[in-house]
Design a protein around this ligand. Structure first.
Ligand SMILES: [Zn+2]
Length: 126
């Protein structure tokens, strides 16, 4: 039996939620079809837009203080804010999406979350 791995630890390290060793991504945000270390099947993984929601929420909190500080100190026109913050937000979002997606996938894996179905309509209806 495989050892118990923390979904938070493997998620933030972007590792397989089953063994904690193999990489969970095959590209920047594309999940691998299976774990290269233990062979766990990732084909049913679907974190949907959950990671994007949490990243947007977190970035909104993180970005407000520097934006307000720049506004309070320099009162720049709107276009300065656009040129200043848009690249920062895009880069931070791309950096945060990867661990958040792996974390959501690891939590789904640990809790055996899957798409809801009506009893008897699909699968075994448990
Ligand atoms: Zn694995």
């Amino acid at each position: 039996m495989a050892r118990e791995v923390s979904p938070i630890s493997v998620g933030l390290r972007c590792r397989c939620p089953a063994c904690g060793e193999g990489p969970v991504f095959r590209s920047w945000l594309g999940l691998a079809p299976q774990c290269s270390a233990c062979g766990a099947d990732f084909s049913k993984a679907d974190s949907g837009d959950g990671p994007a929601f949490f990243v947007m929420f977190l970035l909104g909190i993180i970005m407000m203080p520097p934006v307000l500080l720049v506004q309070a100190l320099f009162s720049p026109p709107f276009w300065v804010h656009s040129f200043l913050w848009t690249p920062v937000i895009i880069v931070l979002a791309m950096l945060l999406l990867r661990p958040f997606k792996a974390l959501m996938f690891a939590l789904q894996w640990k809790n055996r979350a899957e798409e809801a179905t009506w009893a008897g309509s699909e699968g075994d209806g448990k």
